[in-house]
Design a protein around this ligand. Structure first.
Ligand code: NAD
Length: 711
C-alpha cells in the first residue's frame, strides 16, 4: 500500500501528496519510511525533474513521529539511535535533490511533520488558524530527532531558534511567517500548490540549502561570535529558572543546538539522534507521552465517557453570581452557550456579568478579541433575580455559598425550571453530592460539577457521580464539560472527592513540616524544588484558613446529622490544628489582611515572624525528606482514592492532579509519578517515611496491586 501519490506535470514538477493508508493523519511509521526510501529512489531517477512539491491529502499536513511505536519499541539506546538515523535519512536526501523542493502546508505540521518542511527549500502555509507549525517535542520530554534542532538552528540562528525549540512553541498565520518558520501565506487551500509551483519556477536554481553551501554563516552569528557565545552562556540559567532543573528535554535541546554549530552538518544530525535516544529512555519523556499525549487523547476522545448519543446543552442557568458563578458564566458565554446568571438581587447578578466585561476588555487590549466578539459573548449572559427567566433550561449549575441548608433549599426550588431532558449540577467543593441529591426531586439527574478558581484559566472540571446519578446524566455532564472546552475528569462521591482531598494533603504536609521544626523558608523552597506552582504556606494564605475552618465545621455538623465520623479535614490534622490557631490569632489568610505571610502595600510579601510558635519538635528534617514528604503525601492519597474507587482510572488521576491540583507536570501526574519511581522503590521509600513521620505515609500492597493491574 502506498503512503503517497506521485504526479508529474508538464513542466517537470512532481507533486508528492502524503496519504498514510488507514490513518486519519500522516505519521512517520515504518510504512512511511519504506515508502520514502522508494520515493527518493524514484525522484533521483526521474528524468526532466524541475522541482518537487510536498503536499498532504489529509486535513492536517503531517502529524510527526509515531509515539505508540516509540513508547513500545526497543529501549536499547543503540536501537533507538539506529531507528532515528533511518527515519531522518530520507529527509537529508530530499534536501540534496538537485531541484527546489517546496512544502505546501494545508494544516497542522507539527514535530516530525514540520521537520519534513524544514528539509524543503521553501514553505507555503495556508492562512488558517488550523494550520499550525512548530516543533513541540520538548513538551513531550523529547527533542525533534528528524533534523529539527539542527535545521531550525541553522535556519534562524541560535537566539531565535532556542525559545521555539526549548518551549516547543506552535505558531500559525502571521506569527509563523514573522518568526521565519514559513516564507509565504496563501488564503485558500486551492492556492497552495500553484503558489508552491510558482516559487519553483521563479527560483529554479534554489536547490541547495543555505547550510550546504560554501561559506555558510548562521543567522545572528557563528558559534564563536560574541553574541552567540553570550546566548549560549546565559540560556541555561534562564532555562533553569523556568524548569527548576526538572525537565531534561529543554536542556538537551539547548545542548544539541549549541553543539550543532560547532560541528559539520551531518555530524550534528548524528549528535541529535544520540540526544533523542537518551531522552526517549527518560522517565520524564515516558511520563509526558503517557499523560499529555495518550492520556489527553483518552479523555478528549471520551474513552472514559459512558457510551451513548452525544448531548448538547442549548441553554443554561447559574445560581450565584459570586466568584465561581461569574467565572462559569464567562466559560459558557465564551462558547456561545446562553446563560441566565441568577443572584439574590439583580444588582449582584449584573455585577457577576461585569466580570465577563472585564475579561473581554482585557482580551481586546491583548488583541485576542474584537468588539463584535465581545458583544456576541456578553449577549449570552442574562443577569436575573428570578427563576422564571430560565424556565425549560437544559442545565442548572448551583454555585451559591458553601452552605448545606442553603443549597438544600435552592435545589428543589429551581429544579422545576429544568427541561425534561436537562441535568442539575452543583459546584460544591466539598459537600457530598449524594447528600445534596436527596434534596433534588430526581436525584438521578443530579451531579457534581466542580470548577476551579480562576475558572477562565483552570480549564478542568471534576465531575462527581453521586450514589443515584444515572449514567445518562454522567454522559450529558461529560458532553457539557467538553462543549464549553473544559477537560472532564470523573470521580465517585466521597468526602473531599479527589481534588480537594489530595490538595489538602499537600497543604497539611507543609504545616506538618513546620511542626517538625523545619523553617518556613525551607518548606517553601522545598515545594519550589519539586515543581509545585506555589509553596504550601502561600497557598494556605490564598485559600484562607477561615475557609478551611468553615469546611471543617460544616463536615462536623454533617457527621453529627448522619451519625458518622468522617472528619474532613481530620481533627488532628495540621490543617485543623495550625489553621485554627492562625484564625484565632486574626491571621486568616491574605484576604483577611495576612496569614503565614505579611502583605505590604506595594504588593510584596514576607513570611510572618511569629511562625516559630508552631514548632513542636526538632526533627532536623532534611531537604530530601521534605521534598519527598510533599510529593509522597499527594501520590499516596491519590493511590488511596484509586483503591477506594473514588478515582475510576489512572488517566483521570494523572490529568486531574496536574491540571486541578498543580502536581508537578514533569512527573506525568500523581500516579505516573509512582510508576516513574518504580512500584517497589516507591513502597520502600513510603515505608521509610512512615517509620520516621507516621502512618499517613503507609501504602498498602492492595493499593499498589491496583496500580499493577491497571497497567
Ligand atoms: P461567593 O461567596 O463568591 O458567591 C456566592 C454567591 O451566591 C453570592 O453572590 C451570593 O449572593 C449568591 N447567593 C447566595 N444565596 C443565593 C440564592 N439563594 N440564589 C442565588 N444566589 C445566591 O462564593 P464562591 O466562591 O463563588 O463559591 C460558590 C460555590 O462554589 C461554593 O459551593 C464553593 O464551595 C464552590 N467552589 C468555590 C471555589 C473557590 O475557589 N472559591 C472553587 C470551587 C468551588
Amino acid at each position: 500500500m502506498s503512503e503517497y501519490t506521485y504526479e508529474k506535470d508538464a513542466s517537470g514538477i512532481v507533486t508528492i501528496t502524503f496519504d498514510s493508508q488507514g490513518k486519519s493523519a500522516n505519521t512517520m511509521t515504518r510504512a512511511w519510511f519504506e515508502g520514502m526510501k522508494e520515493l527518493m529512489a524514484k525522484l533521483s531517477a526521474e528524468e526532466g525533474l524541475t522541482g518537487v512539491v510536498i503536499a498532504s491529502a489529509k486535513k492536517t499536513f503531517f502529524a510527526g513521529g509515531d509515539l505508540e511505536e516509540m513508547l513500545h519499541g526497543s529501549m536499547d539506546p543503540e536501537d533507538i539511535f539506529a531507528y532515528v538515523e533511518e527515519m531522518k535519512a530520507p529527509l537529508r536526501q530530499l534536501e540534496k535533490l538537485p531541484v527546489p523542493v517546496v512544502a505546501a502546508i494545508n494544516g497542522a505540521a507539527l514535530g516530525g511533520g514540520f521537520e519534513i518542511c524544514l528539509a524543503c527549500n521553501h514553505r507555503v502555509l495556508l492562512n488558517s488558524p488550523k494550520a499550525v507549525v512548530g516543533l513541540p517535542e520538548a513538551t513531550l520530554g523529547l527533542l525533534p530527532g528528524a533534523g529539527g534542532v539542527v535545521r531550525l538552528t541553522a535556519k534562524l540562528g541560535l537566539e531565535a531558534a532556542l525559545p521555539l525549540l526549548a518551549e516547543g512553541k506552535q505558531l500559525r498565520q502571521e506569527k509563523a511567517l514573522k518568526a521565519g518558520l514559513v516564507e509565504e501565506l496563501v488564503d485558500t487551500p486551492e492556492e497552495l500548490i500553484p503558489a508552491a509551483k510558482a516559487w519553483i519556477k521563479a527560483n529554479p536554481e534554489a536547490a541547495a540549502q543555505p547550510w550546504d553551501q560554501k561559506g555558510f554563516r548562521y543567522p545572528g552569528g557563528n558559534a564563536e561570535s560574541a553574541n552567540v557565545r553570550m546566548v549560549a552562556a546565559m540560556a541555561p540559567t534562564m532555562l533553569y529558572n523556568k524548569t527548576r532543573g526538572l525537565m531534561p528535554a529543554p536542556e538537551k535541546v539547548m545542548d544539541i543546538a549549541v553543539n550543532s554549530m560547532r560541528m559539520g552538518f551531518d555530524s550534528a544530525l548524528r549528535n541529535e539522534s544520540r540526544g533523542f535516544a537518551a531522552l526517549l529512555r527518560s522517565t520524564e519523556a515516558r511520563a509526558a507521552i503517557t499523560t499529555f499525549f495518550f492520556g489527553m487523547q483518552a479523555i478528549k476522545s471520551g474513552k472514559v465517557r459512558p457510551q451513548g448519543d452525544a448531548w448538547k446543552a442549548g441553554s443554561s442557568a447559574i445560581l450565584g453570581a459570586g466568584m465561581m458563578g461569574s467565572g462559569i458564566a464567562w466559560a459558557h458565554a465564551s462558547r456561545g452557550l446562553p446563560t441566565a446568571l441568577k443572584d439574590m438581587s439583580l444588582e449582584n447578578a449584573e455585577k457577576g456579568k461585569g466580570y465577563s466585561v472585564k475579561l473581554a476588555d482585557k482580551a481586546i487590549k491583548r488583541g485576542r478579541m474584537d468588539e463584535a466578539k465581545k458583544d456576541a459573548l456578553l449577549s449570552c449572559i442574562t443577569p436575573t433575580d428570578s427563576d422564571e427567566t430560565f424556565a425549560g433550561t437544559d442545565i442548572i449549575i448551583e454555585a451559591v455559598f458553601e452552605d448545606i441548608s442553603l443549597k438544600e433549599k435552592v435545589i428543589p426550588e429551581t429544579y422545576k425550571q429544568l427541561s425534561d431532558t436537562g441535568i442539575y449540577g452543583s459546584n460544591t467543593s466539598t459537600l457530598p453530592i449524594s447528600i445534596l441529591a436527596e434534596s433534588c426531586p430526581d436525584p438521578t439527574r443530579f451531579i457534581g460539577l466542580h470548577f476551579f478558581s480562576p475558572v477562565d484559566k483552570m480549564k478542568i472540571v471534576e465531575i462527581i457521580v453521586g450514589d443515584k446519578t444515572s449514567e445518562e446524566t454522567l454522559r450529558k455532564a461529560y458532553d457539557y464539560v467538553q462543549q464549553i472546552g473544559y477537560l472532564p475528569i470523573v470521580v465517585n462521591d466521597k468526602r473531599g472527592f479527589f481534588t480537594s482531598r489530595v490538595f489538602g494533603t499537600y497543604l497539611d504536609e507543609g504545616l506538618a513540616l513546620m511542626r517538625d521544626g523545619m523553617s518556613p523558608v525551607a518548606i517553601e523552597r522545598a515545594a519550589w524544588k519539586i515543581g509545585m506552582p506555589v509553596g504550601p504556606l502561600a497557598v494556605h494564605d490564598e485559600v484562607s484558613m477561615v475557609l478551611t475552618k468553615k469546611i471543617h465545621e460544616t463536615h462536623i455538623a454533617l457527621d453529627a446529622r448522619l451519625g458518622v465520623e468522617n472528619g474532613f479535614p481530620a481533627d488532628d490534622s495540621s490543617n485543623v490544628k495550625v489553621g485554627q490557631s492562625m484564625v484565632n490569632m486574626g491571621r486568616g489568610g491574605r484576604h483577611y489582611g495576612g496569614g503565614f505571610y505579611e502583605y505590604a502595600e506595594d504588593g510584596t510579601k514576607k513570611l510572618w515572624d511569629g511562625l516559630s510558635q508552631f514548632k513542636e519538635r526538632d526533627l532536623n528534617v532534611s531537604m530530601q525528606d521534605a521534598e519527598d514528604r510533599m510529593m509522597y503525601r499527594q501520590a499516596i492519597e491519590t493511590l488511596r482514592c484509586l483503591d477506594e474507587g473514588v478515582l475510576r482510572t489512572e488517566v483521570e488521576a494523572n490529568i486531574g492532579s496536574i491540571f486541578a491540583i498543580g502536581f508537578p507536570a514533569h512527573t506525568g501526574g500523581a500516579l505516573q509519578f509512582i510508576h516513574g519511581v518504580g512500584l517497589d522503590a516507591f513502597k520502600k521509600r513510603a515505608d521509610e517515611l512512615a517509620a520516621a513521620y507516621g502512618p499517613r505515609f503507609e501504602v498498602t500492597e492492595s493499593a499498589l496491586n491496583k496500580l499493577r493491574s491497571e497497567k
